[in-house]
Each structure stands twice: as C-alpha cells, then as structure tokens.
Design a protein around this ligand. Structure first.
Ligand code: HEM
Length: 418
C-alpha cells in the first residue's frame, strides 16, 4: 500500500516505471494530484485537468527550459522553444505535414506495410516488435527525411542510441553511445542538406531547403545583419538556420519513430488481450480509427514531458514558484477516473479526447501521420492475420523514462498460403 511516506521515487528514471507504477499513479491522482517529488525535483501531475491546464498556458508553464524528463538539458529544437520562435518554426515544418502530404505518405506507407507483412506471411510467427513495429515507422520517417535506402540500418541504430539515454544517465556506456550517434547523424544530415540544395526531391529536407532558397529561410547571420542594419524583416525572421534544420531532423527521428513503434506494439497487445473487441474490428474495419484512439489513450507511448513555471503561480491550490518544474504524466491523465468512465477498459465505443499527443501549442505535429500509420498497419494486420496471438508470454518491456518501450513481443498466426 502506498502512503505519503513511500510514494516518492524519481519519476524521471527509467527503472521507476515498474509493475507498481499504475497503482502509484492511481494513489497520486486520488491523494496528491499536484505532488512535489523530492526525488524528481519536480511536481508530478497525474490528473487530466492539470495536464490540460499546464499545456494550454505556455506563458505560465514554458517549454524553453527543457521538456525531457531527467537531467538532460540539451535543446532539441522546436519542441523546447517558446513563442514566438516556436510558432515560426512550426509553420515552416507544417508544410510537410498537411493533410495532402499525409495522404501522399499514406500510399508509400501502404507499400512499406505490405513489404514487412509479406516478409513474415508464410512463417506463421515473428517478433512483432522487430519485424513489424520497428521497420514500419522507421522506414516511413527515413523516407520523409530523405535517408538513402542503404542507410536505414544506421538510421535505426542512431535513433535507438539517442533515445536510450533518456532516464539512463547514470550509465556512461549508454550516454557515450548516444553522443556518438548524435554526432554521426549530424554529419550525415549535413551531406543530405547539401545534396538536396542541388537536387531537390519530395522529402522534408527538400521542402525546408527550398523554402530557404525561395527567401523564406535565411541564415541566422543574415538575420543578425539585418537587425543590425535596423531592417524590419518579419519574413526574414521566420527563417530556420542550418543548426535548427539539423535539430529538426533529430527531433523528427526521435519523435516520429519510437513513439509510433510503441503505439503499434501497444495497440496489438490490446487487440490480443481483448479478443472480443478484435473480432468486432475484423468484422467491421470502420471501427479501426476508434481502436487507434483507445490504444493511444491506454498505452500513452510518450510517458511524460516537463514544463517550467515562468512566475510564481498555483495549480490545484498548490503553490508553484517561478523556476520550478512540473512533470506531466500522460499515461496517468489518460486513465483519470474523473475524466473517463471505467478508464482501464479498452472500449471501442468511447468517444473521448485523450492526451497521448499532448494538447495546446505543442500538440504533436505528427499526430495525423501517426494515426494514419496505426490505422493502415492495424487494418492490414487484421485483414491478413486475424488470429494473431502471443507465441510467448506477451510483451517484454525495455527501460526508458520517455517512451513506453516494448522490446519484444513474439506472436504466431495462421500463415498465408503461396
Ligand atoms: C503514437 C505516436 C506519437 C505520440 C504518442 C506522440 C506524442 C507527442 C506528444 C505528447 C507531444 C507533445 C509535446 C509537448 O507538449 O511538449 C508531441 C510533440 C511532437 N511530436 Fe509527436 N507523437 C507521436 C508521433 C509523432 C510523429 C510520427 C512525428 C513526426 C514525424 C512527431 C513529431 C512531433 C513533433 C515535431 C512534436 C513537437 C511539436 C511542437 O513542439 O510544436 N510525433 N508528440
């Protein structure tokens, strides 16, 4: 049983997310929804209403002093910028995420999905994570950024190494590997940026580079120069410099890859563990979008993000001083009894707004893309392998304080003939 005496742990440490976490969060939601954690050095926010309140008031709770849980202070781009810079950057990259662009990527994603499923179809068993959940979003985001086909393996390793450092800062080997991966990826991107300047394509880097050539994007130095000259250049100030462009690609790699992978593994886990709901989906694929939303709510692939108070304020009656951090636990908000009836139930008829993609001005840029990926992947898996079930003991979890990380999930199914 939990009490005030034993509730505190470091909520930003990967190892804290053990079997007892759901119970711990339930206790917090009920007894201390805005809880100062000495071990984390942050207020732990476990209720839906407080996550919404903080996310929607970016002037009071900013992102600019870091959003990642734990002690990493590195700036990783748009996600930890405040207004107005955040909005400027977002409006540039948005060009790559419009509904029209998502539809274009959908056709490519259908091919990626078909290839991955073809590779396992006759086997009758596979590791769902390694064979399906890993390659699908990875290949799509690689295509979107413009990574060469032969470099997909390296891209995968960089992504794993960089995200693996979250919550594992006490392990020098893991942090060194993350540093090496970041440097290699940076170097690789510089080459791609140079190439797309000369040979533009349909990928995100080409979109951003082209915007620069059209005069929307300019080098930081140009802006400084313009400012010195006293030129009013609101259009120029929208520019993204090379460094920001690279950071954006790092952000996309980490944000678009691990999250969707774990959303997909989590969705399959829920389908296997809820056979009645799964049968309804097999019979009526129009329900798949509802299943995607429920899976996102219940798995909450991103565990938590941080905000920093910009002035003395309060939340739920608890005073918060300027400079103090709050940690928003999305998975807890998404199971808040005050917001959702029977919150732990996988309910295809629920039509409630969850917070798996956040809310407010930093709402996930890739939400529509991720939804499309989950929808297409589940539709094809259910169509081709409707009886997929565990071949082992169910999912094996990895350690991360940032994403709900499923490392392996062995499944079996009736193989396709011929
Ligand atoms: C199931 C999959 C995904 C989940 C659960 C997820 C979750 C989130 C969450 C919770 C945030 C809010 C951050 C905040 O408020 O500080 C966010 C932001 C973001 N996500 Fe996602 N995400 C997913 C997929 C993607 C994909 C596929 C991409 C891109 C390819 C992406 C790119 C981003 C970016 C760039 C931001 C920062 C937006 C901003 O600061 O304005 N995400 N995501």
């Amino acid at each position: 049983m939990f009490s005030k005496a034993n509730i505190d742990i470091d909520f930003a440490q990967a190892s804290s997310f053990d079997d007892r976490m759901p119970e711990r969060l339930r206790w917090l939601r009920r007894h201390a929804p805005v809880y100062w954690s000495e071990a984390t050095q942050a207020f732990i926010l476990s209720r839906y209403e407080h996550v919404v309140q903080v996310s929607k008031h970016s002037e009071l709770f900013c992102s600019g002093q870091g959003v990642l849980p734990g002690k990493i202070n590195a700036k990783i781009g748009m996600i930890d910028e405040d207004e107005p810079r955040h909005g400027e950057m977002r409006s540039l990259i948005n060009r790559g995420f419009t509904p029209r662009m998502v539809r274009q990527w959908e056709t490519i994603f259908e091919q990626i999905t078909a290839e991955a499923l073809d590779a396992i179809a006759s086997k009758g068993e596979c590791d769902f994570v390694e064979d399906i959940a890993v390659p699908l979003p990875l290949i799509l985001i690689a295509e979107m950024i413009g990574i060469r086909r032969e470099d997909r393996g390296r891209f995968h390793e960089w992504s794993d190494a960089m995200i693996g450092a979250q919550g594992n800062l006490d392990d020098p080997e893991i942090t060194a590997a993350a540093g090496r991966a970041a440097l290699e990826y940076y170097g690789y991107l510089v080459d791609i940026i140079e190439d797309r300047r000369k040979n533009p394509r349909q990928d995100l880097i080409s979109i951003l580079v082209r915007a620069r050539d059209e005069g929307v994007l300019v080098q930081l130095e140009d802006r400084d120069e313009a400012r010195e000259l006293g030129v009013d250049c609101s259009e120029l100030q929208r520019g993204m410099n090379n460094d920001e462009l690279i950071k954006m690609c790092v952000l996309l790699l980490v944000a678009g890859n691990e999250t969707t992978r774990n959303g997909l593994s989590g969705a399959m886990q829920l389908l296997i563990e809820n056979p009645e709901a799964r049968q309804r989906l097999v019979d009526d694929p129009d329900l798949i979008p509802a299943a995607v939303e429920e899976a996102l709510r219940l798995t909450s692939p991103v565990l938590s993000f941080v905000r920093t108070a910009t002035e003395d304020t309060e939340l739920g009656g608890v005073p918060i001083a300027e400079g103090q951090k709050v940690l928003m636990i999305y998975g807890s908000a998404n199971r808040d009894e005050a917001q959702f009836d029977d919150p732990d139930r996988f309910d295809l008829d629920r039509r409630a707004q969850h917070l798996a993609f956040g809310i407010g001005n930093h709402f996930c840029l890739g939400a529509n893309l991720a939804r499309m990926e989950l929808r297409v992947a589940l539709r094809e898996i259910l169509r081709r392998f409707p009886d997929m079930t565990y071949a082992g003991d169910g999912p094996e979890f990895g350690s991360s304080a940032l994403v709900r990380s499923v490392k392996h999930m062995y499944v079996r199914f009736t193989p396709e003939q011929g």
